[in-house]
Design a protein around this ligand. Structure first.
Ligand code: NAP
Length: 281
């Protein structure tokens, strides 16, 4: 099985590193020639070029460009493909992508590896990035089972935990646990930056420790990726933001009215609920 990867950055480069280690031949395409050279030098691909036609012999192609470029990339790629070639993407949203790509290429299955770091670009590529992490595929009723099986096999080679759901269910779920946290965490940093008393602002910076590091981490990541989440998962993200705001309003109300036992009751419940969302639970 020959693998193609388009977009040699954090995710594309990491897929290449691991699949090459498993013995697959990996052909890469990226936008910049320097990225292609680096990808070959670090062992993420066997060869790389800026020309989509170089992927003609690939059996399975991972599209790992930024979300907004997935559709235009597929439009340019399709004339070069053999009909049996399987396409998959790694975009963090699925409903709009699947709706746009499935009509262009029937042998397409949407995917999303739930793995990443705050870094981006080919130099951020890591071995073992997907090991033990969920990797979701979002096939539809008309997706050929063979296409799903081919990508599923590669996910298992990457060490990912396989999950399957409908594109819309994926988007509403990741809005809660991935996209909402980015907006909440970014808003936390932005709100702190609005402190008008310079003495308070400076001391806050000096005192910030592990609690602030944890709660601000995802808000300090790649701005382009955060924008893509908002733009391409707009309705699901808005729903979760409204839900979060109503929770905050409730907390403000309870504190204003000095209902300390109710505040504690909420925190007792969140203390019990949190482990459900964590891998080690
Ligand atoms: P990234 O590190 O910025 O990598 C994307 C790469 O795509 C860039 O390095 C760029 O390489 C290349 N590229 C840009 N335009 C291109 C084009 N027209 N044709 C070919 N290559 C092009 O970003 P990433 O974090 O890997 O994200 C890539 C995808 O993975 C996104 O769709 C994102 O939603 C998804 N994803 C990200 C994460 C995460 O945590 N980061 C997690 C799961 C899924 P050049 O240097 O050649 O310009």
């Amino acid at each position: 099985v020959k693998i193609g990867i388009i977009g040699l950055g954090l995710i594309g480069g990491s897929i290449g590193l691991d699949l090459r280690d498993r013995g697959y031949q990996v052909l890469g395409v990226s936008q910049r020639s320097t990225t292609c050279e680096t990808a070959v030098a670090i062992g993420a691909v066997d060869s790389a070029s800026q020309d989509l036609a170089s992927l003609r012999e690939a059996d399975v192609i991972f599209i790992c460009t930024p979300i907004g470029l997935i559709r235009p990339t597929v439009v340019q790629l399709v004339p070069h493909l053999r009909s049996e070639t399987v396409l998959t993407d790694v975009g963090s949203v699925k409903r709009s992508i699947v709706a746009e790509i499935a009509p262009l290429w029937p042998n397409f299955v949407g995917g999303h590896p739930m793995a990443g770091t705050a870094e981006s670009g080919i130099n951020a590529a890591l071995r073992g990035l997907f090991v033990g992490n969920p990797y979701v595929l979002t096939p539809m009723a008309e997706t050929p089972p063979q296409a799903v099986a081919s990508v599923r096999e590669l996910i298992s080679q990457l060490g990912g935990k396989y999950l399957e759901c409908l594109p819309e269910v994926h988007d509403r779920s990741v809005a809660w646990i991935s996209h909402l946290p980015v907006m909440v965490s970014a808003s936390l940093i932005a709100a702190c930056e609005r402190e008008v008393d310079p003495a308070v602002a400076q001391l806050a910076i000096a005192l910030a420790s592990s609690g602030f590091r944890d709660t601000s981490r995802v808000g300090g990541g790649n701005p382009e990726l955060g924008r893509m989440m908002a733009e391409f998962n707009r309705s699901a993200l808005l729903e979760t933001l409204q839900g979060y705001r109503s929770q905050l309003d409730q907390m403000i109300e309870l504190i204003q009215s000095e209902q300390w036992s109710s505040v504690e009751t909420i925190l007792q419940k969140t203390q019990v609920d949190r482990p459900k969302y964590l891998k080690e639970s």
